[in-house]
Design a protein around this ligand. Structure first.
Ligand code: AMP
Ligand code: GLY
Length: 408
């Protein structure tokens, strides 16, 4: 079996590592998601690819799955209609409302004057979001009406997120802790993976700028049994009902971005692909075969009995280039990789003549698993201290919990 994985981050490296465990896999080709759908289709045909998996959202929203399927190529992921659950926040919020998925109260606007008038009468903080894809940057939390007006101005008039900002979603601010629950669906069932906790800020104690994610622990300690039941009843079940009622037919991932609050569990957003770096922490805990799971989803025969998760915990720490997420230097040699005992997944790494160099903002991930979370954290940190390059940076507090477990 010849597999094509589209995307070149740590997530895709982890997907490749896991798929490789299936003895039917002969070759895995990884291609950048900056190529066009047509270029990727051509590569898939030339390389006689049997199975394609897409890591990131842009190409899914552009309809790569529909194009490949029309050419009778096997591809895992949502078609364009289902990908809109991530591609348009206005669409996904309307879907949530229609099917009773618990989410923050909101309004959507396509006209600037109406958005500006609306924020006058709202309570603060208030959240202003560009509706379209904005690489995780299109969400602005506003403390006062002036900030909300400025956010609307930037998104809708100055178009700082380009066309993603031709519509805005303005919603109630939710206070709580976040959780990521990835899942797989064949449109008949949705089977959740082990929960995960991302660490989005660059600085310790969740300070400073937002990043793509600086580390993850799994399972997420805030996802108690009570939280999990609320998630199933208030979010997963109505989502499945909506998928069926809308006639969405696809095999893909649904990543639920959750906010756990004192008033229950809310859905912030759907992502229709695996998370980065959630994937790197979650896949090492999957004991069953990943390729077979994806194939079952495509065949419409997903079966919870066949999917086995380890009882262990895992910790993923991201090693980044100094200066990320703003500006950073590339091309420094990475030292110490030989001494690492845990999993290493490459994100922004260039290999040349047997040497490794940093080549992106997030450079690599160290992932450890162990019977307890504390041990997993300890093992990951022992290893990441062995790896370095000039100005390399990692957060020292991945897995540290700064808020109480929420009870509602
Ligand atoms: P989103 O892309 O919608 O998940 O938003 C990105 C981030 O903004 C989330 O991970 C949260 O940290 C924050 N966020 C989004 N919506 C809200 C909300 N309604 N209340 C509080 N924080 C939010
Ligand atoms: N780690 C968050 C995401 O993949 O969107």
């Amino acid at each position: 079996m010849r597999i094509l994985i589209i995307g070149s981050g740590g997530r895709e490296d982890a997907i490749a590592w896991k798929l490789q465990q299936n003895p039917r896999v002969e070759k895995i080709l990884i291609k950048s998601s900056s190529l066009s759908i047509e270029e990727l289709l051509q590569i898939a045909k030339e390389e006689k690819i049997d199975f394609t998996m897409v890591g990131s959202e842009e190409l899914l929203v552009k309809g790569i799955v529909d194009v490949f399927q029309k050419e009778n190529m096997t591809i895992f992921g949502p078609n364009q209609q289902a990908a809109m659950l991530e591609g348009s926040k206005a669409f996904s919020k309307d879907f949530m409302k229609k099917y009773g998925v618990k989410t923050a109260k909101y309004e959507t606007f396509q006209r600037v004057e109406e958005a500006l008038a609306y924020v006058e009468g709202e309570e603060y903080p208030l959240v202003v979001k560009a509706s379209g894809l904005a690489a995780g940057k299109g969400v602005i939390i506003c403390q006062r009406v002036e900030e909300a007006k400025k956010a609307i101005q930037e998104i809708m008039v100055e178009k700082v997120f380009q066309e993603a900002g031709s519509e805005v979603v303005i919603e109630e601010f939710l206070e709580g802790v976040e959780a990521s629950i990835l899942s797989i669906t064949d449109s008949n069932v949705i089977l959740p993976f082990i929960s995960a906790k991302d660490h989005k800020k660059i600085g310790e104690k969740e300070t400073g700028l937002n990043t793509g994610g600086m580390g993850v622990i799994a399972p997420n300690p805030y996802v108690t049994e009570e939280v999990y039941e609320a998630f199933q009843k208030d979010i997963l079940e109505p989502t499945l009902k909506g998928i069926k009622a809308e006639g969405m037919k696809f095999a893909g991932i649904i990543f639920f971005g959750l906010m756990i609050t004192k008033k229950g569990v809310y859905l912030l957003e759907y992502n229709m692909r695996m998370g980065d770096p959630e994937t790197q922490a979650v896949l090492p805990l999957l004991e069953s075969d990943f390729l077979e799971m994806l194939e079952d989803a495509l065949a419409g025969t997903l079966d919870s009995e066949k999917i086995k998760w380890s009882k262990d915990s895992s910790c993923c720490v991201v090693l980044a280039s100094g200066g990320y997420p703003v500006s950073y230097q590339k091309g420094y040699e990475i030292h110490g990789l030989d001494e690492v005992e845990q999993h290493v997944f490459f994100a922004g790494v260039k290999q040349e003549n047997g040497k490794y160099y940093n080549n992106g903002g997030r450079v690599l991930n160290i992932v450890a698993t162990a019977p307890t979370l504390d041990e997993a954290i300890q093992k990951a940190y022992i290893d990441i201290q062995k790896v370095s390059f000039q100005d390399s940076y990692y957060r020292k507090d991945i897995g540290k919990l700064y808020s109480e477990i929420i009870v509602f």
